[in-house]
Every structure is written in C-alpha cells, then in structure tokens.
Design a protein around this ligand. Structure first.
Ligand code: NAD
Length: 501
C-alpha cells in the first residue's frame, strides 16, 4: 500500500510552491450565521496582526444557503473551494428548524472523510473559575467507524441490530494521529480507552493497534483504560489525563463530559481532520440570542484558528497568538459570557477583546503555562497492512424461530436432524448466551437464534458446503435470516466464542 500523503505535508508543499517568498497557505473561510460574522472578523484581525502565513477564500454556507434550497446548506462552488484549499475555518452555522435539512457538520465530515475529531478541554483557573483548575485534556475521537457506520437492520419481530465496524487502517490512522498530535503540541501521555474486556475483536483490535503504534513513540507515555472506569476518572480527576484516543461512540460521550466539566465551552475550539481536508471551528453554536450585539466571545474560534495554524505547519504563529490570548485572559480582559467581578478586570466587547489580544502579541502568560508547538504539523503515514491467510472453518446461521415455547432443546434436535454432512451443530446462543447444548432454564430467549455449525472433523469447509447447509435448513422449514462465516486468520479464530461455550 502506498503511504498516505498527509494533509499537513500537502498544504505545506502547496504553500511553498504557490508563493515561495511569502509561503501563504490557502484556507477557505466561512463566516457562518448569528454571531459568526462578528467573531470571524475579530479572528481575522488577530490573524492579520500576527502576520499568519495564510491566504483566504471566503465561502458561503449555512442559513441563507439552506433557504435557497440547498438541503445540506452548502453550494457546489463552496465544495470546489474547500476541495481546492483543503483547509476550512468555519464560524458556527444556524441549523434551520423543521425537517428536510441535513446537518452541515455531518455532511462535511462524511463528504470530506474527516476521520479525526479533536476536542481540547482546558480550565483557565483562576482567571476563569473552574471546578477542575488543572484540567487540560484533549479528546481525539475516531469519526467515521464503530457504531456510527449507520448499518442497522431489523431481523426478527423482536430483534434489531447495528453493526459495529472497526477497521485496522481506521484504528491505525486515528491512533497515529493521537501520538503525532501529542508530539506536535508538546504533550506527554496518550491514554487509549476501549471496552476490550467485552468486545475482544473490535475494541481488542483498537487496543492492539494502540500497543503496536505506541512502541514507535517512546517519548510519549502510553496507557490503556477500560472506557467505563476511564470515563468515571475523567469526570472525577480530569487532571490525570493528557491526550485520550478512543472509538467513535466513546469519544462522542467523553468529549461532552470533558467540555462540560472544564467549564470553558465558550473558549474551546475543535478540529475535524481528514487526509484530504480539515475543518476548524469553535465548539459553541451561532448564539442567535446575542447576534449583532458585538458582545460574543471570539475565543473558541480563535483557539480553533491556532489549531489550524499548527496543523498547516505554522506553529510559530499559533504560539504567538495563543500565548497572547492566554495573557489577555490572565489580564482579566473578558467578554460578557466569562465576565466575573471576582476574576475579571474589563468587560470587553468582541472587537475590544481582539484588540487586547493584538496588543499582547509577543507576550506570554505569566501564571498559566505558555504553549510550545513543534514544527512539522501533524503528519500521519500509515504502515502497509499485512494480508493474512484466511480459512473458512464454520458458519453461524441466524434464525427467527418462535416455535414450541422457544425450547432450545427442541430447536437443537431439529437442527441436528436437518444438518447434512459434514456439519455438526456446535451450539445455539440467544442474545449471546449459550442455550444449547446444556442451556440454563433461567435464560430469557427471544425469537433470534444464533446456531453455530462446524465440520465434524474440524478443519476447513467450502462455500458449497455452506450453501448445502442453508438449503437443508430452509428445506426443513427454518427461517434463515442471516449468516456469518467463521474464518481463521493465520490460524487464529476471527470470531468470538458464545458465553458459556
Ligand atoms: P449556542 O452555543 O449557540 O448557544 C448557547 C448559549 O451560549 C447561548 O446563551 C449563547 O448566547 C451562548 N454563547 C454561545 N457562544 C457564545 C460566544 N461565543 N460568546 C458568548 N456567548 C455565547 O447553542 P444553541 O443555542 O443550542 O444553538 C444555536 C444555533 O447554533 C442552532 O441553530 C444550532 O443548530 C447551531 N449550532 C451550530 C454549531 C456549529 O456550527 N458547529 C454547533 C452547535 C450549535
């Protein structure tokens, strides 16, 4: 497999080619809705004052575009500009009320293949009051796979399922991203969170790849925690975490926990990163209640812009702005949303806040730790995946069956009679619990049965034998609703055992 050319590398190369003297990196900029234009103006003023090596293409997306009949809130011209520039700085968008509109963020994430969601959650105590004053954690969430692949089926009257898809390239990409991020941002520890004590194949793969990749980053401490206790610890003592990398669903939940307990949602930026494009934005929405009043806090978008600068390989400018911003916060210059008479000195408007940051460019915070970013951006180059020797060794046949008071013994006998050679019924499970042979009378059974067949002698089977088994079961009146092939990969079983098997 060809190594993936990374976005950071691509945009840096583009910049050098486009304008060797100035090295301006093109970014698409969306001014958004509600407070969007006000806070984007403020951010642009800071970027210009800091001489950010960027050039800007303004793109249209959001409320007005939705109203013109584009159900995703984005025009074809905007797509073209984003694809060309590969980096988007986006102010918040108002999602119109009522049906028929697609979420712009979900559309962007899916269309641009933005596989990593990066959400720093940090306290700025004592300058902004916070329950966890030392909290400074970044949640890096896989954004495309897991239970969010959207593959769901109803299989019987009683049972629905969702497929949890986890891929090795997907795991590797996000885990490498987390380690590279830790290096670029001067962080020291990456914690992986999974539930691999239960989901040994899916979450187990994520954990295994984490262990493999971690060996390539001896300068970064690596640890694993089971997600439930990990989430509890994050809520209780967030200061013990630095970077957390996890699967999609867990990351979705963890990033909201982290944002909530940091008490600084209005100051937080977030990034969605892909190999071909990346999008940076504030965590908050378009705040229509204060739009046009000139009092919105531009900090979330400004912090997102600094993430963008690190990403495209301009860490010096990111450092300059972030340290000036930290100093502004320390100096008690606060917009109304974080203004507190005990800790604030000046209640600043949006533009006054931007001016205060500009006035401090070149200064560093005196109490909060200044930021230091490493040059080179965040580059992810996945390694080639080794192919495995795959062998078909059995089949799980799923049935809908509602007969004879759901007696698993009766079902087992019927299946044994129906199965042709070389098949042996190894077990039946119901909701993952073994009910045949030797089931327990207490087990609650639904109408959904997983029946595991393997050859009597063990070893390999072929596809024709599977078809013959299915035909025989169908002929015996069984309602086959789906099958899963059982494979070994390089001799290792690629399937889980039934509980009690
Ligand atoms: P919101 O974040 O816009 O507002 C929640 C509260 O926080 C409001 O009281 C608001 O005044 C305040 N607030 C938010 N940002 C602020 C800032 N920068 N400075 C000062 N105060 C700020 O959330 P909401 O009201 O639930 O959503 C409003 C709109 O934003 C909705 O249409 C929603 O769909 C959209 N939204 C967009 C995004 C995005 O584009 N990424 C994210 C979330 C919500």
């Amino acid at each position: 497999m060809q190594p993936e050319t990374t976005l950071s590398a691509v945009v840096q190369e583009q910049a050098v080619r486009a304008s060797p003297s100035q090295e301006r990196i093109p970014v698409a900029v969306a001014y958004g809705d509600g407070i969007g234009p006000e806070i984007m103006d403020a951010v642009m003023r800071v970027l210009d004052a800091a001489k950010a090596p960027l050039s800007y293409d303004t793109v249209e997306m959001g409320e007005k575009v939705y109203q013109r009949g584009f159900t995703s809130g984005i025009t074809p011209e905007t797509w073209a500009t984003i694809r060309r520039n590969r980096v988007l700085l986006k102010a918040p968008i108002t999602t119109p009320q009522g049906g028929g509109y697609k979420s712009l963020n979900v559309t962007l994430r899916k269309a641009l293949n933005l596989y990593a969601n990066v959400r720093p959650a940090k306290s700025y105590a004592p300058f902004v009051p916070a329950r966890h004053p030392d909290m400074n954690v970044v949640i890096i969430r896989e954004n495309e796979e897991d239970l969010y692949a959207g593959i769901e089926h109803q299989q019987t009257s009683e049972v629905v399922q969702v497929l949890k898809l986890v891929t090795r390239p997907g795991c590797e990409r996000i885990i490498r991203y987390a380690f590279e991020y830790a290096r670029a941002y001067g962080r020291h520890k990456v914690t992986c969170m999974t539930k691999d004590n239960i989901m040994k194949l899916t979450d187990g793969l994520f954990h295994r790849v984490f262990n493999e990749v971690a060996t390539e980053y001896p300068d970064i401490q690596a640890e694993h925690q089971i997600i439930d206790i990990g989430a509890a610890r994050l809520a209780d003592t967030p200061e013990r975490f630095d970077v957390i990398v996890t699967l999609n669903l867990y990351g979705d939940i963890l990033s909201d926990i982290a944002a909530q307990i940091a008490g600084s949602v209005g100051l937080a930026g977030s990034a969605n990163i892909g190999s071909q494009a990346a999008m940076f934005e504030a965590v908050h929405g378009s705040a229509p209640d204060i739009a046009g009043k000139g009092i919105a806090n531009p900090s979330g978008l400004l912090v997102a812009a600094t993430q963008m600068l690190v990403h495209v390989g301009a860490p010096d400018t990111a450092e300059l702005i972030k340290n000036a911003w930290l100093r502004t916060i320390e100096d008690g210059i606060h917009t109304a949303d974080v203004y507190d008479p005990k800790t604030s000195r000046v209640r600043a408007t949006t533009q006054e806040f931007a001016e205060a940051v500009i006035a401090r460019l070149g200064e560093e915070p005196r109490h909060l730790p200044p930021v230091r970013y490493r040059a080179g951006g965040v580059n992810v180059t996945p390694s080639p995946v080794a192919r495995s020797e795959k062998q078909l060794v059995g089949v799980d046949v799923f049935l809908e069956w509602n007969g004879a008071n759901r007696s698993s013994n009766l079902l087992g006998q019927m299946l044994e009679e129906a199965a042709p050679e070389p098949w042996l019924l190894k077990m039946i499970t119901n909701r993952g619990v073994k009910v045949y042979p030797d089931g327990l009378p207490e087990t609650f059974c639904t109408d959904h049965w997983r029946c595991r067949f393997m050859p009597v002698e063990g070893g390999a089977v072929n596809f024709d034998q599977v078809l013959a088994l299915l035909a025989a079961l169908h002929g015996a009146g069984m309602d086959v609703i789906k099958t899963e092939h059982l494979y070994t990969f390089d001799g290792r079983p690629g399937y889980s055992l039934g509980q009690g098997e």
